[in-house]
Write a protein of this length. Structure first.
Length: 270
């Protein structure tokens, strides 16, 4: 993957693009339902605002901020008290903030600033295993891009893809075995080969060239697949080998229980 400064630059740019998409929305448009059941555009931005703030707190803690460390510990405790509902509760609460857009701007910029201050080799605590600053930046990029897709879909806007999605694709590849785990399945021992065509036309690859299990196609469509923002049948993604073909049905780059995914019409499945 790219160096930390490049990853943080991509994260900032992704946030700026989404910001431009919502900056001029009317109050009625903020209430537009998105493909995620029960979530409006306001909920999508609220979720990013809350998560960016929590990410900034734990990232600052990794750099030695004791107050930030205590704040994150309290957030983690509350999450464990309501593991299946704390994300929705936070989004609902934040969505009611009349200064939501301003709050998100402040928080995401603070998070980006904190990421570049983390000492090399330091791990950042999170809701799952601790991660490097580069991994945190990539994870936040993935979430910003994925929730930005929800907003774009709600507004009927087609976004112009950029090679920033390499970070999203990278997480999709790295979470191959995670998808099996959350579905209570045993991952195959055989590695996969991934060959994806970037928006720029470059071909991105992961895994051994001679692997029998292979996934190929559009990098954009792969990112839509692993973030479950589009139905498998609507995407230019091909599998060779039974294990690869099955994985496409469960691929999931985001944390949490198995996602419900989208129907062919683009709505979240019931």
């Amino acid at each position: 993957m790219a160096d930390l400064d490049t990853l943080v630059g991509d994260l900032r740019a992704e946030g700026d693009d989404l910001d431009a998409l919502v900056a001029e929305l009317t109050s009625e448009q903020w209430a537009t339902p998105t493909p995620a059941e029960g979530w409006t555009i306001a909920h999508q931005i609220a979720h990013l605002s809350w998560t960016d703030h929590v990410a900034e707190r734990t990232t600052s803690a990794a750099s030695g901020d004791i107050e930030a460390k205590e704040e994150f510990a309290l957030t983690l405790k509350r999450a464990w008290e309501n593991p299946t509902g704390f994300v929705d509760e936070a989004a609902e609460q934040e969505a009611r903030n009349p200064e939501l857009l301003s709050a998100w701007r402040t928080r995401r910029h603070a998070m980006s600033g904190a990421l570049v201050q983390v000492p090399p080799g330091t791990k950042i605590d999170w809701f799952g295993p601790p991660m490097s600053a580069a991994s945190m930046a990539t994870a936040r990029l993935m979430e910003t891009w994925a929730h930005g897709q929800d907003v774009a879909d709600a507004l009927g806007v087609t976004r112009v893809p950029t090679d920033r999605i390499r970070g999203v694709a990278h997480i999709g590849v790295r979470t191959r075995d995670f998808a099996y785990a959350v579905n209570e399945q045993t991952p195959p021992t055989e590695p996969f080969r991934f060959e994806l065509t970037a928006p720029s036309g470059e071909v991105w690859t992961w895994g051994p060239e001679d692997a029998a299990q292979r996934v190929s196609g559009s990098a954009l469509d792969f990112c839509l697949l692993v973030t479950q923002r589009a139905h498998r049948d609507n995407l230019d993604i091909r599998a060779e080998g039974p294990d690869a073909a099955h994985w496409l049905t469960i691929a999931q780059a985001f944390a949490g229980p198995p996602g419900v995914g989208r129907t062919q019409s683009g709505r979240e499945q019931a």
